[in-house]
Design a protein around this ligand. Structure first.
Ligand code: NDP
Length: 287
């Protein structure tokens, strides 16, 4: 029979995680700060726990998904002896340093710690495109991987507990870069009453075409060889004022893009005119 699991945190994501476990046939114990949110899960057979310590005591595997890691630490601080011997899988979004601190806390309290980053929205959980990146206690991960597979793919990133957060934040960084570009593009076309709905198709096609260059950039970033025959920093730095000027002329804010002009200017000042844009990844590293 399927392994029992405790789920702490029943927000949009925690509810999706608990639901996926129930769907996969796991007995599930649930706790949420606001108890009413457990109602639909309890109606489906989940067992409600009165406190986080009760939930953690109930099962060897504990999944947490709270708003932030400060809340996770607050919950940890209420657990007392209940956490000893447990495997805690923290799927709350956070930083590598927070994950390392929580792992150290767990280790001091005799618990196994796995950190995770969810690459999905709640509606995608248990579907074909959802996966979670994990890091931390590898033996505990091996033991519980079949259970964690209820959420979707399970991608191991390493024993340093901070690695899942690095992967998660880096993937989301790429996403937010795309979000920023899409929002600015829509804001710009709307200044001329061009419908964003009509502009979505060429925008997606263009972004997809440009994404094919990413593996080549990756090679340049790894090798430090940024010379390009595609598009130089000089030509981009020269064209970029057109963007900022047009934003201003059209009455939209350039606040998301002004820092990019500053970085292009610095790349020129530091002698990288002939390099490709991949050079900027190096310049972002503080020395
Ligand atoms: P919600 O806002 O829906 O849920 C937040 C949860 O955190 C609730 O269970 C809430 O309890 C709990 N919480 C907040 N403050 C405290 C506290 N002080 N003590 C105890 N519990 C607290 O957020 P989501 O479920 O969407 O997100 C949860 C985590 O999952 C976040 O870290 C998020 O970044 C991550 N995530 C979310 C994704 C998404 O698409 N939604 C995608 C990938 C990751 P209460 O019900 O009592 O308020």
């Amino acid at each position: 029979s399927a392994a029992p699991v405790s789920v702490l945190g029943l927000g949009m994501m925690g509810t999706a995680l608990a639901t996926a476990l129930l769907d996969a046939g796991h007995p599930v114990t649930v706790w949420n700060r606001t108890p009413a949110k457990a109602g639909p899960l309890v109606a489906r057979g989940a067992l409600p726990a009165g406190t986080p310590a009760d939930a953690v005591a109930a099962n060897p595997l504990v999944v947490l998904c709270l708003l932030g890691n400060t809340h996770v630490q607050e919950v940890f601080d209420t657990l007392g002896d209940a956490v000893a011997g447990r495997t805690v899988v923290n799927l709350t979004n956070g930083t590598p340093a927070q994950a390392r601190e929580l792992a150290a806390w767990a280790s001091e309290h005799g618990a196994h710690y796995i950190d995770g980053g969810i690459m999905a929205v709640p509606q995608m959980i248990a579907g074909p495109h959802a996966y979670v990146v994990y890091s931390g206690d590898e033996q505990a991960f091996r033991t519980h991987r079949p259970t964690l597979a209820a959420f979707g793919g399970t991608k191991w990133t390493g024993t340093d507990p901070g690695l899942a957060a690095v992967h998660d934040l880096a993937l989301l960084t790429g996403m937010y870069g795309m979000v920023i570009g899409v929002l600015q593009a829509f804001a710009l076309v709307r200044t001329e009453n061009i419908p964003a709905t009509g502009f979505a198709e060429p925008l997606v096609a263009w972004i997809q075409a440009m994404l094919t260059g990413v593996p080549e950039w990756a090679g340049a970033v790894d090798s430090g060889e940024h010379l390009t025959d595609v598009s130089s920093i000089a030509v981009n730095q020269s064209a970029f004022p057109n963007f900022l000027t047009a934003y201003r002329d059209q009455g939209i804010s350039g606040e998301l893009f002004e820092p990019f002009q500053a970085l292009l200017d610095r790349a020129m000042a530091e002698g990288h005119a002939s390099d490709g844009l991949s050079r900027l990844a190096d310049l972002l590293r503080a020395n």
